[in-house]
Design a protein around this ligand. Sequence first.
Ligand code: GDP
Ligand code: MG
Length: 681
Amino acid sequence: MKDIAVADVRNFVLLGHTGSGKTMLCDAFLVKFGLTEKQGQVNAGTSLSDFTEEEIGRKISLYTQSFAGVFKTKQGQKIQMTFTDPPGFDDFYGQVLCASRVADAALITIDATAGIQVGTNRIWRRCTALGLPRGIVITGLDKENADFAKILADAQKVWGPQCVPVVFPTPGGMVEVLGATAPAGATAPAGAAAADWQAYKSALIERAAETDDALLEKYLGGTELTADEIAKGLRAAVCAGNLIPVFAVMTPKDIGVNELLGGIVRLFPTPLERTVKDAAGTAINPAPQAPFVGVVWRHVTDPYAGKLSYVRIYGGMLKENTEIFNATKGQKEKIGVLLQPQGRKPVPITEARSGDIVALPKLKNTGLNDVLCAVGQKVAFEPVVFPSPVVSVSVWARNQADDDKLGIALTRAVEDDPTLVVERHADTHETLLSGMGDTHLEFVHELMKKRSNLDAEFKVPKVAYKETATGLGDGHYKHKKQSGGRGQYAEVYCKVQAKRSDEEEWFVDAVVGGVIPRNFIPACEKGFLEAIPHGVLAGYPVVNVKVSVYDGSYHDVDSSEIAFKIAAARAFKEALIKAKPVLLEPIMTVRVMVPEQSMGDINGDLNHRRGRILGVGMEDGVQVITAEVPQAEMFRYSSELRSITGGRGSFEIKFARYDVVPNTIAQKVIAGAEKKKEEEE
Ligand SMILES: Nc1nc2c(ncn2[C@@H]2O[C@H](COP(=O)(O)OP(=O)(O)O)[C@@H](O)[C@H]2O)c(=O)[nH]1
Ligand SMILES: [Mg+2]
């Protein structure tokens, strides 16, 4: 905001397991900033962050929302708070990756009755990887059975003693460990809480002192640190990750929210204090007078506003109606209107500076993750690495008119969401849409309806089976037709067998004595090539076979290229039938991350899916099972894993290799293919 210095800006992201109170906190902040009078409620569908139909229906966040507001501290200082509320639900982790990258700090919500959850651990690791300063907010303290001390102890056990309360609940109300002018101003609570207060205060001051050798010496020498020294030290400690302030809130009762905002002002870094490096390791100059640098971290196609690119500004200034440079695309870009994100109703502004998030409508050449900078500059950042999709559906239009819309709708969906992939399967000829979970894909379905007025059909994809030979087979076909004028004649003998991995050539010409003339050998090869895509068991493509043509006959007048092609293809089929053909199926490597107590159920379930467990181990405090499982058994795994683990499991999946389908299952696949063929005929 124009009248607020960059040093008075705080930019942070709310992160936490789904349902841990991020959005409710966001709505509470908006009241404090005077952006609304009545606090929105996720439950009642009145949240200003979860405002879309899809979110109101599900009562969870699906879209990242950013807000900017002004918080007035107790001393009357005006602070611009720019913050982002991404969804916590697993399937939308891609949005967390983007939103966390562009924040200067993270506020991590932990519900006091649920404790540290799978989602909490995951975002913690993300923050660590980014070196993102963070604070913890313990929410839901108004709920029955809420236990602040227990959550604090758990946090310290998992993440270390740097988790220190700055606000904590007592029977007499919330108590601040630090005063508004840290630490003077805060008073010790009466009764039993006094000892905790003293312990937290000492821990905070110690952490502040540790940031600077001179301060530490002074502190250890027994001299009291000044309020200024403590204040500076605390911020430096948070910035370096040596202090993780812990806050406490009862959001529905508006208890602890002011203290939390005050703490953010005091403890979280300003955009000038965070070092952001480009891909080459050079620090970006965050000063407003430095050249403009920003990154597009979110991209949406709004049904009303059209395309919106959300940009985090890292350095310099951006003004409306100017020209900038898209360094990723190497193209100039014209900026028209600047919008300050405000949930549903963005507000037009004339300029923005480092630390700000702005939405830029209708950029022509710009996409997600592009780096924008001042003309004449060239900046690149390490790209965000997104996880690979784990679930796929095949997408179909219900009628001809929809068929034309389908491509556009899919392109739009993928453009805005880097965790969605659309591809055409070369063997099954299906259009596959892959994403992070069933909820993710359901959501895309809904979005396509809303944005593109298209009710596409999502089906379980076909398995791309293949066929191969396991033995040696001999085939023969004589193609002979005599009908009036010139006839057709060709005779081919061939052998089909499995191709060894060290063999390069799949086709061998073993014809001797010119029984098939040289000029017809390529026709034989073509005939085999035309037969190979349609196997003899269930019509699937044939792989890994070696074919040799070794005998045959011809006719001076009636033989032709086409005749030899036909004979070769038929001979191939016969040889393959005799070469002990088998069906092959894609085998996937699956890594399943689950809590300890679900291990037995998960193993049992994987066995049931014809899985082969390769190993079990611990990674970052969770059990990881690695297994190989046929793809045919994995299409519905996302929701089943959720039901087995109560939402506490996640998995990764990638193609490993093809392997032989067990006989009983192969029989079913073959029967299915025959039935389909009959239906088509
Ligand atoms: N009693 C109580 N309920 C809360 C608190 N914070 C959030 N909730 C409720 O918990 C549910 C999930 O909260 P929400 O903010 O949507 O969680 P998010 O998924 O982290 O954004 C909603 O129904 C909120 O009303 C809290 O501090 N106390
Ligand atoms: Mg939410």
